[in-house]
Design a protein around this ligand. Structure first.
Ligand code: GRF
Length: 187
């Protein structure tokens, strides 16, 4: 699932193509039209769009998203820059199978502005976290982390770009480790 530029997704697509990640990407979904979806389409991967504005309320949107994801019977669901909170029912449906990446060292700086908040706090080291999604906001079990130093003169953009370089690498590496494990749906 993506919401934005999709560079994390691109890293996954490239790793699969290069044979460095033994996975099949069943589909890429988004909550709005975005470059991430275009990247998936360009790679020949099936795409879908489930926009909140098309549903009566957040509950209906969650159910539509849950059913759409389930229709692909995925082993894992990756939130690669997917900027939406999903509800507890959707999380339970894919318990310990939804993997998110967050651009801060959780449990510090959860939420939509992890990079901005870390910079505003004045931390000297921040980073990224790959974690399972639970029903809280960026509170699920931590799978992997990497640290990124804050440099003098960093802006939110410059810091986020350096974090994303590490994020793409760590996300692909983490997925490769999961891909080597027994199938979580049929262990
Ligand atoms: C990543 O830093 C992700 O952690 C955050 O948004 C960014 C998405 O980047 N939630 P991209 O769309 O993969 O380029």
């Amino acid at each position: 699932m993506v919401s934005g530029s999709g560079t994390n997704l691109q890293a996954i697509l490239d790793a699969v193509k290069a044979g460095e990640l033994n996975a099949e990407i069943a589909a890429v979904g988004a909550d709005k039209p975005c470059t991430g979806l275009d990247r998936a389409a360009a790679a020949g991967v099936e795409t879908f769009l489930i926009e909140p504005a098309d549903y009566a309320d957040r509950e209906q949107w969650n159910r539509a998203l849950e059913e759409k994801i389930a229709s692909y019977t995925p082993d894992y669901v990756v939130f690669a820059g997917f900027m939406r909170i999903v509800d507890a029912q959707l999380v339970a449906r894919f318990e310990n199978r939804i993997i998110n990446t967050h651009p801060a060292l959780l449990p510090a700086f959860p939420g939509a502005h992890g990079v901005r908040d870390a910079l505003a706090h004045g931390v000297k080291i921040t980073g990224l976290t790959v974690h399972f999604v639970d029903s809280g906001v960026d509170t699920g079990t931590i799978i992997a982390q990497a640290a990124v130093p804050v440099e003098a003169g960093d802006t939110e953009e410059s810091l986020h770009e350096r974090i994303k370089v590490q994020e793409r690498w760590l996300l692909v590496r983490t997925l490769a480790e999961f891909a080597a494990l027994p199938n979580p749906q049929n262990p």
